[in-house]
Design a protein around this ligand. Structure first.
Ligand code: PMP
Length: 408
């Protein structure tokens, strides 16, 4: 009998009624088929339980949304209070105004904001705003970056036509010269550049901008009338309450947030500078649930708690404790574990391999022992991780690596 019997049987049922059973990044095909849970049952703080009843110290936090901990009582209370009044109306509510005001006050360059549901809603909208403002077609992005599943940026292949990417060009992280080259080649045709505050591909180390890279991109954008969009969906509110760009020395024209904003309640936002206000008002944006008030109430409370409780400093401290511990565990077993990216959103990799097979084995062993470690995506820390949780997870990671090393 499999350790994940119920997960497997649910997946079999799902496969009959849903194409692929589970799609996207949560598909077992994209993670550890047969060697990881597929379905969650419940969660609390930094822990969740799968449908087979196994409990995990979680280092994915729902792939990022959970910044304060699952089922945070104050956030849930704020959401419940709003739910009593109602969620989905014919109009936005006062919560909309309060939340946009709050976000505009937090983000240094922002003069306006819009709210949506998912990250891809706002990244796609932002590139439309850039095109509307500049009356140009081309969008530049970084190779290996992720911005959502719309045709201009999806990592998938199905259903695309060549024209979807006709005006999308890319260059490699930290290659400022390559960007300059694109700007010269397509002089006067580039509407926008979309960057993340640091490079966080899957299956590869995270990378910070080299000295002058992000500020250099900004300078070239300003000189050439290119709208600079910061995709802060992965790191937003985990590194700096005003946006991660403030940590890395550049100022975009638009910043996109999602994930951590609502601590699990569905909400995203784009914040922009004054000169784009007219263009922003011309790009139609709406959705059946985009004005839902419950997630806005949750987001207001989430932001309040992040500031009140010093959550960002906590994530940095616990993230660093985890990083130091994992690196030591690697040294102890003679298998170097490389830590990259910010401590609150870290990426880990066993360095002696390039195919992630041992990494997968190690993470599968850790899962069996009660720590959810992802084999090829960056992890996420949350405020509910205490030093004791980190130490418990480190013990599991140590035992898991010891079990693997015996077979290598
Ligand atoms: N940009 C980045 C950097 C992301 O990490 C994600 C989500 N993983 C997105 C955009 C898209 O967000 P969503 O899945 O909510 O549409």
């Amino acid at each position: 009998m499999s350790h994940y019997e119920k997960s497997l049987s649910l997946f079999e049922r799902a496969s009959k009624v849903a194409p692929g059973g589970i799609y996207g990044h949560m598909s077992p095909a994209a993670c550890l088929p047969g060697a990881s849970p597929y379905y969650a049952a419940k969660a609390d703080g930094c822990r969740y339980w799968d449908v087979d009843g196994h409990k995990y110290i979680d280092f994915m936090c729902g792939y990022g949304p959970i910044i304060l901990g699952y089922n945070h009582p104050e956030v849930d209370e704020a959401a419940a209070k709003q739910r009593e009044l109602g969620n989905c109306f014919n109009h936005p509510t006062e919560r909309f105004v309060e939340l946009v005001e709050k976000l505009v006050s937090l983000v240094d360059f922002a003069d306006w904001g819009v709210l949506a549901k998912n990250g891809g809603d706002v990244t796609t909208w932002a590139i439309q705003v850039a095109r509307e403002h500049t009356k140009r077609k081309k969008i530049i992005r970084l190779k290996g970056s992720y911005h959502g599943v719309d045709p201009w940026c999806t990592p998938g292949h199905g259903g695309l036509i060549d024209e979807d990417r006709e005006h999308i060009h890319s260059f490699a992280w930290n290659d400022l010269k390559a960007f300059q080259g694109l700007v010269e080649r397509y002089k006067g045709q580039i509407a926008g550049l979309i960057v993340s505050p640091w490079h966080h591909p899957v299956f590869a180390d995270s990378e910070f901008g080299a000295d002058g890279f992000l500020s250099g991109l900004e300078k070239i954008c300003r000189e050439n009338g290119i709208v600079l969009i910061s995709d802060d969906i992965r790191g937003g509110f985990r590194l700096n309450i005003g946006g991660s760009h403030a940590e890395y020395g550049y100022t975009p024209d638009i910043v996109c947030f999602c994930k951590a904003l609502g601590n699990g309640y569905p909400i995203s936002a784009a914040l922009g500078a004054e000169h784009l206000r007219v263009a922003a008002s011309k790009v139609f944006l709406t959705g059946s649930y985009w004005n839902s008030a419950v997630p806005m109430a949750a987001a207001l409370k989430t932001l309040e708690i992040i500031e009140r409780d010093g959550v960002i400093a906590h994530l940095k401290q616990t993230g660093q404790r985890l990083a130091d511990g994992l690196v030591k565990i690697g040294e102890k077993h003679g298998h170097r574990i490389r830590f990259s990216g910010p401590p609150a959103v870290p990426f880990y990799r066993l360095t002696e391999e390039t195919n992630f097979v041992r990494q997968q084995q190690w993470c599968a062993e850790a899962m069996k022992r009660g720590a959810f470690l992802h084999p090829h995506h960056n992890w996420f820390l949350c405020a509910a991780h205490t030093d004791a949780d980190i130490d418990a997870a480190l013990q599991i990671a140590d035992d898991a690596l010891a079990a693997c090393v015996e077979t290598w």
